[in-house]
Design a protein around this ligand. Structure first.
Ligand code: ADP
Ligand code: MG
Length: 231
């Protein structure tokens, strides 16, 4: 193709014909992803489902620039990432991506505000005010100075979401974001994620076993033995 579309029309994050093989010690190779094409758009929530071992975590790690495909490529706003140095990748990850994990990954000795501003530690300026605003956005304006052990599971996940947003990412990558939460709390978290996608235009890719997530998604894709298909 010769025509290069305007930058703003490019999806914020895409996989182009991505195959991932793991070579195991015994000489056998596992194909974890096979020729996967995928893009998330701004403001779109995509649920990725599939049985255990189908390649979901591999897909999320490759989308998050935490692991490399064996063949094919990852594009950020239409730009290939293959040529980036390790430092450039880290910068790209910090600038464009936010991560939310099942078990929150909060630092136990830090307050909510301190946890949220943590990703900005090595950036110029003081993100404390922004951290406060984000905690207010996720309904924790009255828990700014609480440490994780003073918060419920749902509140901890809200802190993790606020932290994932502190760098104004284009895309939020979530691994089982409701996995450790009861159904009502999970629903509240999904409503929050939905609102962030709608209001801030953040694209969301959520890997999940949870039917609830697919209800809040614009689109669900399924991995079976490393092959991605629309559901
Ligand atoms: P899921 O998250 O859907 O459970 P994974 O992406 O973790 O699936 O794994 C996909 C396949 O790749 C599985 O067969 C798994 O055993 C294999 N796999 C994952 N990570 C590695 C690794 N680091 N080395 C070798 N095989 C791996
Ligand atoms: Mg997994």
């Amino acid at each position: 193709m010769n025509a290069v579309p305007a930058r703003s029309t490019e999806p914020p994050l895409a996989l182009c014909d991505v195959t991932k093989r793991y070579d195991s010690g015994g000489g056998g190779a596992v194909t974890a992803l096979s020729h996967v094409d995928f893009a998330v758009e701004r403001g779109e929530v995509v649920a990725v489902v599939g049985p255990s071992g189908s390649g979901k975590s591999t897909m999320l790690n490759i989308l998050g620039l935490l692991d490399d495909p064996t063949s094919g490529g990852v594009e950020l706003r239409g730009e290939p990432t293959a040529g980036l140095s390790a430092a450039e990748r880290t910068d790209a990850r910090r600038e464009s991506l936010g991560f939310v994990f099942q078990d929150f990954h909060l630092l136990p000795t830090l307050s909510a505000v301190e946890n949220v501003r943590l990703p900005t530690t090595f950036l110029p300026g003081d993100a404390t005010e922004r951290a406060r605003e984000l905690l207010e956005l996720v309904g924790l304006g009255d828990r700014l100075d609480h440490t994780p052990d003073e918060l419920s599971g749902g509140q901890k996940q809200r802190v993790a979401i606020a932290r994932a947003l502190v760098n104004e990412p284009d895309v939020l990558l979530a691994d089982e974001p409701t996995g450790n939460l009861d159904r009502d709390t999970g629903t509240a978290i999904l409503e929050e994620i939905r609102r962030i996608a709608d209001e801030a235009g953040v694209g969301v890719v959520a890997v999940t076993h949870d039917d609830l997530v697919t209800e809040y998604a614009d689109r669900t894709v399924e991995l079976v033995d490393g092959v991605l298909r629309d559901v």
